[in-house]
Design a protein around this ligand. Structure first.
Ligand code: AVJ
Length: 335
């Protein structure tokens, strides 16, 4: 056994790592090669994404924050007394804080995220700032069914899905997610969604090809993570960050391109790369207010209001679930 084979020996695995390994092997043995974007966010990846949000070229976070700040008063008028704010994929609660400050009628904040450690930490920081608010974190995959805390089951529900995370889904998955959120929140619920808008290609391209190379590091970190967690043998020098706008599909695509013909071992499998062959690592779909509305309407959400920033780069859109939407407030999947 050579040194290469030694270092590529599969590592002992927990359940999470086993799922990661299965997804990566499935994606790298498919044509074209791909890896789900959710795997970007290990500790380093989360920090790199934080740095991306500060880049001069990366407008989405700044635009969304400015809309939330400027329109907080108008958004607050839509919030019923005693409502619970349910954030899907909460992470840092920076954006929720703006809504919670503007709408003191919120009785509860329910951040939902797979990373329990992070939302518990955020909750501990929020509680002293909002002493009257019940902060009730739920550790769960927000794309699957989860139980809302008993304290908020009968409260009016306000869903919150900022950050254009919806753009990572294929349109049919986005529609499926909106339907799922409807079942979780119940009829009459409000849903506040942050979505990146279609805009001139130069602006989009620059946002995913920053001069400082942080987005490239974010993309390449996925290979580092595979090397560390799955006994991968990726040479980071022989892969390159590619990001471009696909006009037909209104999406930014990120890829990692192999600079040469090469073999890489991952989780005990050998993967062949042609020179120039890519791993598709992310789609970031861009919507218009109308195209998201059409998707939402299709699964029972009626448009209530929408706001954009001065450049019309980003949008916050509010929907209400019509009667008969969702399947009640228990969060159980439909039979
Ligand atoms: C977190 C999915 C909204 O698509 O803009 C940033 C992720 N990828 N730079 C986005 C991302 C590259 C981001 N989302």
């Amino acid at each position: 056994m050579g040194a290469l084979a030694q270092s590529a020996r599969p590592q002992p695995q927990d359940a999470e790592t086993a799922l990661f390994a299965a997804d990566v092997v499935r994606g790298l043995t498919a044509t074209p090669k791909r890896i789900p974007a959710k795997y970007f966010y290990d500790d380093t990846g989360s920090l790199l994404f934080e740095s991306i949000t500060d880049l001069p070229e990366y407008y989405p976070t700044r635009c969304e924050m400015s809309i939330l700040r400027d329109q907080a008063g108008d958004i607050a008028k839509l919030i019923p007394d005693g409502a619970a704010l349910v954030e899907f994929g909460a992470g840092a609660s920076k954006k929720a804080r703006i809504l919670l400050n503007a709408a003191p009628q919120f009785a509860a904040y329910v951040p939902v995220d797979i990373c329990g450690e992070m939302i518990e930490r955020e909750a501990a920081e929020l509680r002293p700032d909002f002493p009257a608010l019940k902060v009730l974190p739920v550790t769960a995959d927000f794309t699957k069914s989860f139980e809302l805390p008993a304290e908020v089951v009968d409260a009016p529900h306000v869903g919150f899905f900022p950050g254009s995370t919806i753009g990572n889904f294929e349109p049919h998955e986005a529609s499926g997610f909106l339907a799922h959120a409807g079942r979780m929140l119940g009829s009459g619920a409000l849903f506040i969604i942050g979505v990146d808008l279609i805009k001139p290609v130069e602006v989009l391209k620059a946002a995913y090809n920053d001069k400082a190379g942080v987005t490239a590091s974010f993309n390449l970190n996925l290979l580092k993570r595979i090397n560390r967690e799955l006994g991968g043998t990726f040479n980071l020098e022989s892969f390159e960050h590619h990001a471009f706008y696909n006009r037909e599909r209104n999406r930014i695509e990120m890829h990692l391109a192999s600079l040469k013909r090469q073999k890489v071992k991952v989780a005990g499998e050998t993967i062949d790369f042609r020179a120039g062959e890519t791993i598709h690592t992310e789609n970031s779909y861009k919507y218009s207010v109308e195209s998201l509305t059409a998707l939402a309407r299709g699964v029972g959400w009626q448009p209530v209001a929408s706001w954009t920033d001065a450049h019309k780069y980003f949008s916050i859109q509010a929907f209400r679930l019509g009667p008969g939407g969702g399947s009640g407030k228990t969060g159980q999947p439909k039979p």
